[in-house]
Design a protein around this ligand. Structure first.
Ligand SMILES: *[C@@H]1O[C@H](CO)[C@@H](O)[C@H](O)[C@H]1NC(C)=O
Ligand SMILES: *[C@@H]1O[C@H](CO)[C@@H](O)[C@H](O)[C@H]1NC(C)=O
Ligand SMILES: *[C@@H]1O[C@H](CO)[C@@H](O)[C@H](O)[C@H]1NC(C)=O
Ligand SMILES: *[C@@H]1O[C@H](CO)[C@@H](O)[C@H](O)[C@H]1NC(C)=O
Ligand SMILES: *[C@@H]1O[C@H](CO)[C@@H](O)[C@H](O)[C@H]1NC(C)=O
Ligand SMILES: *[C@@H]1O[C@H](CO)[C@@H](O)[C@H](O)[C@H]1NC(C)=O
Ligand SMILES: *[C@@H]1O[C@H](CO)[C@@H](O)[C@H](O)[C@H]1NC(C)=O
Ligand SMILES: *[C@@H]1O[C@H](CO)[C@@H](O)[C@H](O)[C@H]1NC(C)=O
Length: 325
């Protein structure tokens, strides 16, 4: 008997946020119905699919014609009596109700009657919500607490995503939101001291997020802020040498952060660069770039060098050049 790690499927008609004791693999919610998967060894709808039933794992390759999301959750090809295909994970047999075996229908139109589960020789009702777990492509998740653009988003080491600042309806924001991927919801966290657009946010190796520069009101900022995910608070740290916006910030392999270019508070496009040392909270200038650049990019390469490309230099225009730090 091969060992089976089944997917335990829970459906509840109200939010079950906060009541879980295990980390879910997936969670989604729609119209207040929530689905969560946790590990279980109980028999499920795809249990032992080779002998007594015909539920096959979906082909999730990109060029296949089904709409299954390729994911760590195995998805199975459920069929209706008319041979229409639905992709959904294995579902705990004990929660699958049987279809009306005369009409091949289910009690609710949120369910579809499928004939090839391994739970019962009779058709069972597959919740449409389950098919969402296997959809390829874009699915909605919770809305942020504010509309924003020109903001930043950083993946934290606890798996949450921190969104900071940006602009909405002509005002600049100092607010920050946290996205919890296990519930698909956003919650506000502490506000930054300054409103910021055109700023940067970098996850440091100590787990904190360094936000630098950007514009508050009218002029670029020299004062960075540090977000501590363990306390949900912002603190100040050493000021940069230059105020900057539309610059770049890159975490180097030695744990320092390299900031390059941007525009200062006299509207000069900068070629200067500076380094932040998180262990002492201090900035030092480092060699300048050959070109002044704003709206450029910086990528940390696998050899540890930083590749800076393009941007705008304010005078002669849009740059084709690239340089390495
Ligand atoms: C979801 O639940 C909330 C509070 O329980 C309720 O106000 C709302 O109408 C529900 N929405 C739907 C679509 O059922
Ligand atoms: C995919 O499905 C569409 C529409 O059902 C069909 O026209 C197309 O030929 C299919 N492609 C493949 C590769 O099977
Ligand atoms: C159902 O459709 C699949 C293709 O999607 C086909 O291979 C299979 O033979 C069909 N089964 C029946 C019973 O028509
Ligand atoms: C199945 O549906 C038919 C038609 O709606 C109904 O007459 C019958 O009672 C249903 N059977 C069961 C077992 O619910
Ligand atoms: C339909 O289901 C009922 C109970 O669920 C069962 O007793 C009956 O034998 C089934 N009929 C057929 C034709 O499978
Ligand atoms: C998110 O916002 C959009 C636009 O306001 C709205 O249509 C949608 O219903 C919202 N979604 C949720 C889950 O609140
Ligand atoms: C953040 O600032 C906004 C606007 O000033 C205010 O409405 C909101 O309550 C503040 N949020 C927190 C968490 O302090
Ligand atoms: C950093 O700069 C801000 C604004 O320019 C200033 O208010 C603050 O005192 C400076 N902090 C330090 C530690 O110099």
């Amino acid at each position: 008997m091969r060992s089976i790690v089944a997917l335990f499927f829970i459906i509840s008609l109200s939010s079950i946020k906060g009541q879980t004791t295990q980390l879910p693999i997936y969670y989604c919610s729609e119209n207040n119905a929530s689905i969560q998967f946790t590990l279980s060894s109980s028999s499920h709808s795809a249990w032992n699919p080779t002998s007594s039933c015909s539920l096959q794992q979906c082909d999730t390759s990109l060029n296949s014609n089904n709409s299954c999301r390729s994911s760590s959750t195995p998805c199975f090809d459920y069929r209706t009596i008319n041979n229409i295909s639905y992709c959904a994970p294995g579902i705990l047999c004990s929660i699958l109700e049987r279809c009306n075996n005369t009409t091949q229908t289910c009690s609710s139109n949120s369910l579809v009657c499928v004939i090839n589960s391994c739970c019962s020789p009779q058709p069972v009702c597959l919740p449409f919500l389950a098919t969402q777990m296997c959809e390829r492509g874009w699915v909605s998740t919770g809305n942020m607490t504010s509309a924003r653009y020109w903001h930043t988003a950083s993946l934290l080491s606890n798996g949450k995503v921190l969104v900071t600042g940006g602009s909405a309806n002509g005002i600049f924001l100092n607010s920050a939101d946290l996205y919890d991927s296990s519930t698909g919801t956003w919650t506000p966290t502490s506000n930054m001291t300054d409103e910021r657009i055109y700023h940067t946010a970098s996850l440091l190796s100590n787990g904190k997020v360094l936000v630098t520069g950007g514009i508050a009101a009218t002029s670029p900022l020299n004062s960075p802020e540090l977000y501590d995910p363990s306390t949900g608070t912002w603190t100040t740290t050493g000021n940069m040498t230059n105020a900057r916006r539309s610059h770049t910030a890159s975490l180097l392999s030695n744990g320092k952060v390299l900031v390059t270019g941007g525009i200062d508070n006299n509207a000069n496009v900068l070629n200067s660069a500076e380094l932040y040392d998180p262990s002492i909270g201090i900035w030092t200038t480092t060699g300048s770039m050959t070109n002044a650049r704003e709206y450029h990019t910086a990528s940390v390469l696998s050899n540890g060098l930083v590749l800076v490309t393009g941007g705008y230099n304010g005078n002669t225009g849009i740059l084709i050049s690239a340089e390495l730090y």
